[in-house]
Design a protein. Structure first.
Length: 107
């Protein structure tokens, strides 16, 4: 890409979420009279420009995510230890990890 064209090319952001959260998001956008693109551009601008209120929210989110990761890491370690202590099969261990992952989403 040539230097003089930098910043002119459009890019897409893509990610997945559940249909429930997508519906809730779309409803919230409608109530707030925002378009999806406007919302995401505002969030990205707040992040890029280091908006203090946005960063305060982000720090709260990062702290919660760090706590969830720590709990999951401990749960995985406990499950591995229990595998050896109690002689679980590989399938049983996989089931344990699935249960831990599901519970971790609710934390």
């Amino acid at each position: 890409m040539k230097k003089e064209n930098y910043g002119a090319q459009l890019k897409k952001y893509c990610f997945e979420d559940t249909d429930k959260r997508y519906g809730d998001f779309r409803l919230r956008l409608h109530v707030d009279e925002l378009k999806q693109g406007e919302f995401f551009r505002a969030v990205i601008t707040g992040y890029i420009e280091q908006d203090k209120e946005f960063l305060k929210f982000l720090d709260k989110f990062k702290t919660q995510a760090k706590i969830r990761r720590k709990i999951l890491k401990k749960s995985y370690a406990d499950a591995r230890r229990n595998k050896f202590d109690f002689g679980f099969s590989e399938e049983e261990v996989e089931n344990i990890f699935d249960i831990i992952a599901e519970e971790g989403e609710d934390i």
